[in-house]
Design a protein. Structure first.
Lengths: 113, 109
């Protein structure tokens, strides 16, 4: 039981490049989330999904897109990376939504130069 | 949307002393209040949570209190140990999680 995993662990992009972050969970959770963590700002929700085939915007969605084609996977895309997107990205999943524990992945450290 | 404020941003205590971290929230609809611990370079992990129909919850050395009227909740750690050193985040949830900005706790041996 791996829990929540993220790929890749580290990435460096040049401004304007694109990339996709992959999150996978093996706990059969319906809900999945993408957060970014910046120094002094805590965790901020980018996008989330309440089930396969669904996505919704969170607190800071601009510049990101997501897809949930399979229940166990949640992809975060950056179409044209900007230095302001330099951050640590965490994926999380939960069984039952906003009043249940969220299980976090190990994080992806992204640097945009 | 919800606004969660967390204080203090840094906290140093002597081993064995107690530590208290406080959070306030703005949306009275929030009904779930978890606390996460994040060690350096690691993922956040839930340490305790409380729902809006409960005023206090305790788990060994850790306790959380909730005052719905005042819209604030607090984390209490007693008999602190060096391994309690980490960043602690509060959150208020409805319909999504809003996290506080974190408290860096250092326990001095």
């Amino acid at each position: 039981n791996a829990g929540v995993t993220q790929t890749p662990k580290f990435r460096v992009l040049k401004t304007g490049q694109s990339m996709t972050l992959l999150c996978a969970q093996d706990m059969n959770h319906e809900y999945m989330y993408w957060y970014r963590q910046d120094p002094g700002m805590g965790l901020r929700l980018i996008h989330y999904s309440v089930g396969e085939g669904t996505t919704a915007k969170g607190e800071v969605p601009d510049g990101y897109n997501v897809s949930r084609l399979k229940k166990q996977n949640f992809l975060l895309g950056l179409e044209s990376a900007a230095p302001s997107q330099t951050s640590v990205y965490f994926c999380a999943s939960s069984y039952g939504g906003h009043s249940y524990e969220q299980y976090f992945g190990p994080g992806t450290r992204l640097t945009v130069t | 949307g919800e606004n969660v404020e967390q204080h203090p941003s840094t906290l140093s205590v002597q081993e064995g002393d107690s530590a208290v971290i406080k959070c306030t929230y703005s949306d009275s609809a929030s009904n779930y209040f978890p606390w996460y611990k994040q060690e350096l370079g690691k993922r956040p992990q839930l340490i305790i949570d409380i729902r809006s129909n409960v005023g206090e919850k305790k788990d060994q050395r850790i306790a959380v209190t909730l005052n719905k009227t005042a819209k604030h909740f607090s984390l209490h750690i007693t008999e602190t140990q060096p391994e309690d050193s980490a960043v602690y985040f509060c959150a208020a949830s409805y319909p999504q999680f809003y996290f506080g900005t974190g408290t860096s706790l250092t326990v001095i041996p």
